[in-house]
Write a protein that binds this ligand. Structure first.
Ligand SMILES: NC(=O)c1ccc[n+]([C@@H]2O[C@H](COP(=O)([O-])OP(=O)(O)OC[C@H]3O[C@@H](n4cnc5c(N)ncnc54)[C@H](O)[C@@H]3O)[C@@H](O)[C@H]2O)c1
Length: 310
């Protein structure tokens, strides 16, 4: 029976499932890279989230490795070419966390539009002055969704429920009557809120640059719950501090994220009053973690059954 190394946080119920299937499971969340390199050669499967990069050295370290699995939508932390060239399967859990990410976007939008955290802090210090907290509705605003995949589609559903106008930009989907699919340029020009939900690839790395950000309407909101690297952080930093300090930037990601618990080394924009950044909590709900964990557990089990049938 295969040995599985779980190198990151992973729900107990999913570990139990893998053990019930008969796998030998070693739970080692937060393992550092050197240790991972040392012990990974003894495993058939590695389960790793984005804080544990599975690079070429790790992939080539083991003749036994058959599967790299990630209970996440993105797989940019895995050297896919190396896995492919060694015939190692890569499993992800695309879609499992779409609802959670979409809900976080709306939580951030409500925060920006209604100053909820500030109002609660105000009351905790015995304040009671609503005149400090005039807000805005989402109703009637135009939300431009870049990347109409699993998360983008959840946002369409939630946006419609709040009475928002929906625009999308995704060159890889077919238009239909329900979707207005336009160019990225037009999306930025025409949206009160632009929200980014594309995978990090060589095509999307840094593809949101100065020109697009400058083209946003006054007081627009940009949200990035995808990957930090898809925005040109230097341009963003300069614009938010300078000529476009009217913009608000919501994000759940930054470039070069540290591992959970480590200190964030980030550009100045993190401290600006017009930025609202959370530490990659988009998929971090009990429901999404259970769902994603079970999806990859079942994929591993099913692949084991297919490959070991005599
Ligand atoms: N913050 C979080 O915790 C969190 C959680 C899940 C996913 N994510 C990120 O969100 C990304 C999207 O997740 P998903 O589940 O919706 O993925 P998905 O694969 O279902 O959708 C991605 C969409 O992006 C589109 N796309 C690709 N290149 C594009 C481009 N150049 N311009 C416009 N559209 C383009 C694709 O056609 C696809 O429709 C993931 O790749 C991941 O990086 C973040």
């Amino acid at each position: 029976m295969w040995s599985i190394l779980i190198a990151d946080n992973y729900p107990q119920s999913c570990q139990d499932y893998l053990e019930k299937c008969g796998f030998h499971v070693v739970y080692h969340p937060g393992i550092d890279r050197d240790e991972l390199l040392k012990i990974s050669s003894g495993f058939d499967v590695i389960i790793a989230r984005i804080s544990t990069p599975i690079d070429r050295d790790i992939v080539y370290n083991s003749n036994q490795l058959k599967v790299v699995a990630s209970p996440t939508a993105g797989t940019n932390h895995i050297d896919l070419d190396a896995c492919h060239s060694r015939g190692i399967k890569v499993f992800s859990a695309q879609g499992a966390n779409a609802q959670s990410v979409a809900e976080l976007l709306f939580a951030l939008l409500f925060q920006v539009n209604r100053n909820i955290a500030e109002a609660i802090t105000h009351v905790k210090s015995y304040g009671w002055n609503k005149y400090e907290f005039l807000g805005h509705e989402l109703f009637g605003k135009t939300i431009g969704i870049c990347g109409l995949g699993q998360i983008g589609r959840q946002i369409v559903t939630l946006g419609k429920a709040f009475g928002m106008q929906i625009l999308t930009s995704d060159p890889y989907i077919k238009e239909n009557n329900e979707i207005v699919n336009i160019s990225l340029h037009d999306l930025f020009k025409r949206s009160d809120i632009v929200t980014l939900h594309v995978p990090l690839t060589t095509e999307t790395e840094g593809f949101i640059g100065r020109e697009l950000l400058e083209s946003l309407p006054k007081n627009a909101i940009v949200a990035n719950l995808s990957r930090g690297e898809i925005i040109n952080e230097n341009a963003l930093n300069e614009l938010l501090a300078g000529t476009r300090s009217d913009l608000r930037y919501l994000a759940d990601v930054v470039c070069n994220e540290p591992r959970p618990g480590e200190k964030l080394v980030a550009p100045a924009y993190v401290h600006y009053p017009n930025t609202y950044i959370t530490p990659h909590i988009g998929a971090w709900t009990v429901e999404a973690q259970e769902r994603a964990g079970m999806i990859i557990a079942k994929k591993i089990h099913s692949f084991y059954q297919q490959t070991t049938v005599v």
